[in-house]
Structures are given as C-alpha cells and as structure tokens.
Design a protein around this ligand. Structure first.
Ligand code: NDP
Ligand SMILES: Nc1nc(O)c(N)c(N[C@@H]2O[C@H](COP(=O)(O)O)[C@@H](O)[C@H]2O)n1
Length: 294
C-alpha cells in the first residue's frame, strides 16, 4: 500500500508568545428521556441537584451532600489500562448516561491522580443541561493546573465551571490560587491525618456541603473509589451507578477492589454487596444501579 503523505511539521510556538488555544470543539451528547426515566430513582432528590441550592439560607448549609459513586469498569474491574493512562470504556450511550448524571449533581469529584492522568473537562455536554462543579481531592496540592488545562478552557468558554481543589496544603501555589480565582474556582482546606496524609471522606463531604453543594458524583479514580468503598467510609455513599463495558483490560490496570474484611471465623468475607439492584443495557454496555447493603 502506498504511504500517505505526511502532514508538514510546524515548529512549536514560542512559549512567551503562544496564544491561548481555543477550547476543544463542543461535543453534543443526547440521552433519550426513555433511558433517563430508568435512572430517576437512583438520582439525588431534585432540590439537592443544583449548586448553591441553599443560596437564600442565612448561614451556609452544613448538611452532608447526597453521594453517588459512579464509574466505568471493564469485565476485570479495571478503570484504565495503567496508572496515569486515560482509557475509553463507555460506549456512546453510556457516556451520554454519565453526562446525564453530571447534569443532575451539584458537583463531580475526582482524585488528583485522575486530574493529572486525564486532564478532564468534567462538564456536561448534553445540550442545554447545566454542568456540575468539578472538585479535585489533592491533599498535597500537586496538580499543576494551568491556563490551558481543559477544565479552565471550558470555564472560559462558558461550557463548564472552574474546579474547587480540596487540599491539606496550607500554602498552595499562589499562581494556581490566582488562576482558580480568575475562573471562579478556589482551594478548600481540609485537615489530613498526620500518619497517612489522608482525609476522612466525612470531612471532605462536610466542607463541600458547607459550599452549598448538595450532591456529589464521585467518578474516581482507583484510590478514591477503593477508599470510599472501605468501612466505615462506605456508609457515606447513597447510590452506586456502574457502567460495565464488555472488554477485559488485562493485568496491570487501575482496579476497583476494596479492602477485604475478615469474618468472625477468621476467614475472608465479602466486604460489600449492593441491594435494590437494577441492570440497564445501554448500547453494548450495561449500567448497574443499586445501594450499598447496610
Ligand atoms: N473508568 C472510569 O470511570 C474512570 C477512570 N479513571 C482512571 O483512574 C486512574 C487514576 O486512578 P488513581 O491513580 O487511583 O488516582 P485517583 O484519581 O484515585 O487519585 C489518587 C490520589 O488522590 C488523593 N487521594 C485519594 N483519596 C484520598 C483521601 N481519602 N485523602 C486524601 N487524598 C486522597 C491522593 O493524592 P496524593 O498522592 O497526592 O496524596 C491519591 O494519590 C486514571 O488512569 C484514570 O483515567 C478515573 C476516573 C474514572
Ligand atoms: N464514564 C466514564 N467512562 C469512561 O470510559 C471513562 N474513561 C471515564 N472517565 C472519567 O471521565 C473523565 C473524563 O471526563 P471528560 O470527558 O474529560 O469530561 C475522566 O477523568 C474520568 O473521571 N468515565
């Protein structure tokens, strides 16, 4: 076969004079009402779905938000092929379902591992739907957010919101703080455990509740999901919605597998189970909805 002519390689623009790139072309997703109806009972109550739902309240609300744990996984429970790698698992219909969830939660939360690996947009790309507030859990403030990060490009284009970064770092980068402020985002401070450097999820959700965010969809990645599925943190999860794609990613991926528990006999026991389960086929994927059995 004849080789295709290669596109000419243009020199990279000089850093100082580089114009800010235009936001990525807007993608428009459609999630049919007949599919949306199947999810209604698994969504947060309507009054908790939008940001600042308590804006008229005299004091900031402190009630803990409704928490949905939602992610896409392979048949071998992998979120991605390897740490630091973005892997497409959802087909077009289940991707649209995820964006429907984004439209019906006040915030979308990821760990800094995902922010660094994916440079995600975290907006809702269903026409006319609102976008959630992106929240990045970044205890050491290591996410090098910059003007060209996708989430800020989308915020400038009016296609999404700037992130709130939850950190334990008392003096995060002034440059990042200024960039966040310019776009309507900010750092939120939470104390981390001295021995582990980890937050308690209750503290994270409390601080988000006080920001008026009444519902949070937690998207990942692996460490965030596994720590939230561990006892006693799993008590904070109200709804679980998992897209299962008909593919195996093989060994070495970022796997969802919470810590094992040991039963009274001393033998390993299953740590968690879902109840009230529904399975909804969407394209070639299946979407599993349920609640953690208490
Ligand atoms: N298929 C899907 O639906 C999704 C896939 N992914 C994939 O997952 C992968 C990323 O997963 P992973 O590497 O595990 O990273 P995570 O996104 O889970 O981020 C992990 C980091 O977040 C911080 N963190 C997490 N939990 C806590 C806590 N309780 N307290 C304080 N800090 C916390 C830590 O930062 P620090 O190290 O600085 O202490 C930790 O290293 C990527 O490949 C991404 O593409 C992500 C989301 C969804
Ligand atoms: N639902 C779902 N399906 C997949 O196949 C995925 N890889 C992910 N990943 C999550 O979505 C984020 C990307 O969001 P944008 O498209 O950039 O807005 C990514 O960071 C993961 O959190 N999700």
């Amino acid at each position: 076969m004849q080789a295709q002519p290669r596109a000419p390689i243009s020199p990279p623009p000089a850093a100082a004079s580089a114009p800010t790139p235009a936001p990525p072309p807007a993608e428009t997703l459609v999630f049919p009402p007949s599919d949306a109806a199947k999810l209604t009972s698994h969504l947060p109550p309507q009054h908790l779905q939008s940001q600042d739902q308590d804006q008229n309240a005299p004091t900031p609300q402190s009630r803990r938000p409704f928490v949905t744990l939602t992610f896409a996984t392979s048949l071998d429970s992998s979120l991605s092929l390897a740490p630091g790698t973005r892997t497409v698992l959802s087909g077009p219909q289940s991707k649209a379902m995820t964006h429907h969830l984004r439209a019906h939660h006040a915030a979308i939360l990821i760990g800094v591992g995902t922010a660094v690996a994916d440079d995600p947009g975290l907006n809702c790309r269903i026409a006319g739907a609102r976008s959630p507030r992106p929240v990045v859990v970044d205890p050491r403030a290591r996410w090098a957010l910059h003007r060209d990060s996708k989430v800020l490009q989308l915020a400038r284009a009016g296609q999404g919101l700037a992130p709130f970064i939850v950190t334990a770092e008392r003096e995060p980068s002034a440059g990042v703080a200024a960039l966040l402020a310019e776009h309507g985002g900010k750092f939120l401070f939470v104390e981390a455990a001295a021995e582990t450097g980890r937050f308690s999820w209750a503290d994270v959700f409390d601080v988000l509740g006080r920001e008026g965010l009444g519902s949070i969809m937690v998207e990942g990645g692996g460490e965030v999901i596994n720590s939230l599925l561990a006892e006693p943190e799993c008590e904070l999860v109200d709804s679980v919605i998992v897209t299962i794609a008909p593919t195996w990613l093989g060994q070495g991926g970022v796997v969802v597998s919470p810590p094992r528990t040991v039963g009274e006999s001393g033998r390993p026991s299953a740590p968690l189970r879902l109840t009230g389960v529904e399975w909804h086929p969407l394209g070639e994927d299946v979407v599993l909805c349920g609640k953690i059995l208490r």
